[in-house]
Design a protein around this ligand. Structure first.
Ligand code: SF4
Ligand code: SF4
Length: 85
C-alpha cells in the first residue's frame, strides 16, 4: 500500500486523455473512429454540417493506448501529463 502522496505522483505520470483542444481540432473524426472504447463522439448533425467533436470519460476508462494521439493530425488531443496542457 502506497502513501497518498506516492499514489498522487503515480497517477500524474499515467497518461490519460482529458479532452480536445477545439482551437486545434479540424473535426476530421479520426479519433471517433479509432478509440476502442468509443470515448469520442460527434453529435448528430444535419447533412454537411461540421460540429465539434467531444470527449467524455466520466469513469476514467481511457486505457492510454495512445491511438487517438497518434492519429490526430493537429495535436488536438489534450493529455494530463503534457506540461503544455
Ligand atoms: S488513449 Fe486510447 S482509450 Fe484513451 S481516448 Fe485515446 S484512443 Fe481512447
Ligand atoms: S483526430 Fe484530432 S483533429 Fe480529428 S476530430 Fe479528433 S481531435 Fe479533432
Amino acid at each position: 500500500m502506497f502513501s497518498p502522496l506516492i499514489n498522487k505522483i503515480v497517477e500524474s505520470l499515467i497518461l490519460r486523455v482529458q479532452g480536445i483542444d477545439h482551437e486545434k481540432c479540424i473535426k476530421c473524426v479520426e479519433c471517433v473512429k479509432i478509440c476502442p472504447l468509443s470515448l469520442f463522439y460527434k453529435p448528430t448533425t444535419k447533412v454537411g454540417e461540421k460540429r465539434k467533436i467531444f470527449f467524455e470519460d466520466p469513469h476514467g476508462n481511457c486505457n492510454a493506448c495512445e491511438l487517438c494521439i497518434e492519429i490526430c493530425p493537429t495535436d488536438a488531443i489534450i493529455v494530463n501529463n503534457n506540461p503544455e496542457n
